[in-house]
Ligand binder design. Structure first.
Ligand code: FAD
Length: 316
């Protein structure tokens, strides 16, 4: 069985949930191996092994962490050239997509971004990807080189599959040419205690209909362990931080459940959330366009509906 590389998504010593999802996908395709760049591989090995990683290729070097993504891409491309895995799975976030593109060019391979499903197929690995901001899905297959696949968060439910998680130190020389953009300052985001928006299994978003009062949205989100998102109207009004904006010019989310509260459903908002598995909207206007794409719609005032919904969730 071919080895399938998974580029570990980690921050502040924590392995992100996306990694477990990608390891679960990798186990369908072959033998999962993790590729861990930066400090903390030994501590992460147990978690990676729990989700099926037999090996954890690791390099802890300031050359990989002190610069933007080019050295990471150079390292991964060299490892792919050396060990010739059956495929490489990379998180479909801005940094991951840049790494993936560079690895694909360096290894002469095909690349699929925004994959929402990856399955073994007769003639090679088959991916389903979202295109046109989630308006359509297409099936795509890499036909050249090693399939490099960027996988969107929440594309698989993580499944435990205990494996060795053996750390394999790899020391490759990073060229000076790759060290083009040094990180001069890194600011940590303030922790809200809620899951990261793009990774969360449930997202509750508020729009102009909140009138600037996000408290019922936040209370409902907390009852579900959800992340809080916002429409651009809410962000532009200064009611919620820009980092929480969902949409074409914000973040793209694909949770199991998306709840839109007081959001009309403009095309630019849809572009960031329409690949969500189940969509619920609460809006007092029965003609609001958001109702065209929902699985469940509640016509009502969010200030009445959300407290009732919170009470029900807390009682269950
Ligand atoms: P509105 O369209 O004003 O809708 C508010 C809704 O709340 C209405 O449907 C109303 O019936 C309902 N409502 C009011 N009060 C209540 C209540 N008490 N209870 C329940 N419902 C209530 N938008 C984004 O969201 N994300 C983007 O990334 C984005 N990018 C853009 C990029 C460009 C280039 C452009 C031109 C626009 C972009 N927009 C984006 C803006 C987008 O076009 C809409 O203006 C925006 O999404 C509207 O936000 P909204 O739904 O919160 O507000």
């Amino acid at each position: 069985m071919a080895e399938i590389f998974v580029l570990v998504d980690h921050a502040n010593g924590q392995v992100r949930k996306t990694t477990a999802e990608m390891l679960t996908i990798a186990a369908r395709l072959g033998e999962p191996s993790a590729v861990y760049l930066g400090p903390g591989a030994a501590e992460a090995a147990a978690t990676l092994g729990k989700f099926g990683a037999g090996r954890v290729y690791a390099m802890d070097s300031a050359d990989l962490t002190g610069y933007l993504v080019v050295p990471q891409a150079e390292f991964l491309a060299a490892l792919v050239g050396k060990l010739k895995p059956g495929a490489v799975l990379i998180p479909s976030n801005p940094a991951g997509k840049e790494i993936a593109a560079r690895v694909a060019v360096k290894t002469g391979s095909g690349l699929v971004t925004d994959a929402i499903d990856v399955q073994p197929g007769d003639g090679g690995i088959e991916t389903t990807k979202s295109v046109f901001a989630g308006s359509y899905t297409v099936k795509a297959k890499v036909t050249k080189g090693t399939p490099i696949i960027c996988v969107k968060p929440n594309s698989a439910a993580p499944q435990e599959k205990p494996a060795a998680g053996q750390v394999v130190p790899v020391n490759l020389t990073i060229s000076d040419a790759a060290k083009t953009a040094q990180i001069t300052e890194a600011k940590e985001k303030q922790a809200s205690g809620r899951p990261e928006l793009t990774e969360a299994a449930i997202v509750v978003s508020g729009g102009r209909g909140t009138g600037g009062d996000f408290s019922p949205v936040e209370t409902f989100a907390d009852s579900l362990g959800a992340a809080v998102g916002a429409s651009r109207a809410a962000v532009d009004a200064g009611w919620y931080p820009h980092t929480s904006q969902v949409g074409q010019t914000g973040k793209q989310v694909s949770p199991q459940l998306y709840v839109a509260c007081g959001i009309s459903g403009a095309i630019q908002h849809r572009a960031g959330m329409q690949t969500s598995k189940t969509i619920v909207a609460i809006n007092k206007d029965p003609e609001a366009p958001i109702f065209e794409l929902v699985d469940f719609g509640v016509v009502g005032d969010l200030f009445t509906v959300l407290p009732q919904a919170t009470e029900k969730v807390q009682a269950s």
